[in-house]
Design a protein around this ligand. Structure first.
Ligand code: SF4
Ligand code: SF4
Length: 441
């Protein structure tokens, strides 16, 4: 979503105060090129300006006054998926993905904002009830059979490929948000070990209600009381990805206060993007006098659902059998931003009769990346094609993940390209296993 007019000089000047040492010391980039094969935009486009190394060099060029922050520069900055795969492989510790986000912040502070973007990031996102109201017409569209008709005759293809994709990405919506269906507190099943706060993110609450219901059930089965603050706002990922920091700060500050009052041992989320963002509050607010300590306390308690359950389910926990072959698609926000690889695999390997098969693409992005699949449709689809080929090679019947964007993207691929594998969130599969055990016992 590009804004209208830009003044390259003003944007360039704003880069002069950017401290590159905050991003793994960009000067340490040896230009070795090890990050190139890991970068999805290099894999699709094959040009230097679409590599982590190239983006780092361009940002450095703008800081040093050698390159203008013009439209071309901005385009390369927005072509990045913020997958952070480059950060996983860089031997020098250069944080190219995070540096790109800082560059977007400088750009957005100094150019006029697109009206839709402004509306979404400054207004709609502030309340989950508001977001629910925007989804209401889509529920009517799905329930009246209009969606089935439109899809059957592929009517939107005649209007716009972008519109068709937006429509095709939307999974069946729940009748109401999960927050309307749950009490604020649920007791542990069995002996209570402690208290867990559950961060019910927007997409999970409004789109994947059954997944979070399963996540919460899994937590109570692990022996923890679950507290679900209903007033929770968005974690801020869309804002930070689009360079917006004012509303982001307000929402983060509210979330930190909300959970502080609940006296919980851990704060769990089943959305990888939310988890990565909530864990980052400590870094983002590290230099913010009023918020730094509270943000650090908050972030230290945040756990992804797999990370939490892998520890909370002790050896006495018995899993029921689920037959089939499964593979795990690592959301970038889990593998590269949170550096979590083992917990989700440990859990899947504990399920009897479930054969685990590894994807061979070293944690490549699926191309979803927030709204990247809409704003960069063609490149996103190329990336998704490569992902589906990697899934096909495993022979898996189920592809499991833990991020709503990835799940929507994979569900789209399944429908569009007639794949036979089933797409699920890891919480659903674990819950099924635990419930199967109940029937056996
Ligand atoms: S960003 Fe890291 S991996 Fe990439 S060229 Fe620089 S030092 Fe090498
Ligand atoms: S964050 Fe991902 S898309 Fe962006 S430069 Fe790094 S590897 Fe490439």
């Amino acid at each position: 979503m590009m804004a209208q007019k830009i003044d390259a000089d003003i944007i360039s000047k704003s880069f002069s105060t950017l401290d590159i040492h905050d991003y793994g010391d960009v000067l340490q980039c040896m230009r070795c090129g090890l990050c190139l094969p890991s970068c999805p935009t290099y894999r699709t486009d094959g040009v230097e300006t679409e590599t982590p190394r190239g983006r780092v060099a361009m940002i450095k060029g703008v800081i040093d006054g050698k390159l203008p922050a013009n439209d071309e520069f901005i385009e390369h900055i927005y072509d990045c998926l913020d997958c952070r795969n480059c950060q996983t492989v860089c031997p020098a510790g250069v944080k190219a993905g995070e540096l790109v986000l800082e560059a977007r912040h400088r750009i957005e502070q100094n150019r006029p904002q697109h009206v839709i973007k402004k509306f979404m990031l400054n207004y709609a996102i502030l309340s989950q009830n508001r977001l629910a109201r925007f989804l209401s017409p889509m529920k009517i569209y799905q329930r009246t059979g209009l969606q089935a008709l439109i899809r059957k005759y592929d009517i939107l293809k005649l209007i716009s490929d972008d519109l068709r994709l937006m429509e095709a990405l939307l999974p069946p919506l729940p009748s109401k948000p999960l927050s309307e269906d749950l009490p604020e507190e649920l007791p542990a099943q069995g002996r209570e070990k402690g208290r867990v706060g559950f961060f019910l993110g927007c997409a999970m609450n409004l789109i994947f209600a059954d997944v979070s219901r399963a996540s919460i059930d899994n937590i109570t089965r692990s022996g923890y009381r679950v507290i679900i603050p209903k007033e929770v706002q968005c974690c801020g990922t869309p804002n930070i990805a689009e360079g917006e920091r004012k509303v982001y700060r307000e929402m983060a500050s509210n979330t930190i206060s909300l959970f502080r009052d609940k006296r919980v041992d851990a704060i769990v989320t089943d959305c990888a993007a939310c988890g990565a963002e909530l864990k980052t509050y400590s870094e983002i607010f590290a230099k913010d006098g009023g918020l730094s300590q509270r943000a650090a306390e908050f972030s230290s308690k945040v756990r992804d659902i797999s990370e939490f359950l892998d520890t909370a389910f002790d050896d006495s926990m018995v899993f029921g059998p689920v037959a089939g072959k499964v593979s795990f698609h690592d959301p970038c926000h889990l593998r590269h931003a949170q550096k979590l690889i083992l917990p989700q695999r440990n859990l899947l390997k504990r399920i009897p009769d479930l054969e685990y098969s590894e994807l061979s693409d070293e944690g490549q992005c699926c191309g979803s990346a927030g709204i990247y699949n809409i704003t960069h449709r063609e490149r996103s689809m190329k990336i998704l094609r490569a992902k589906t080929e990697a899934i096909d090679k495993t022979g898996a019947e189920k592809i499991v993940s833990s991020n709503p964007g990835c799940i929507m993207q994979l569900m789209y691929a399944k429908r569009e390209w007639q794949k036979t594998w089933e797409v699920q969130h890891i919480s659903e599969l674990i819950n099924r296993s635990l419930r199967t055990k109940e029937k056996i016992v």
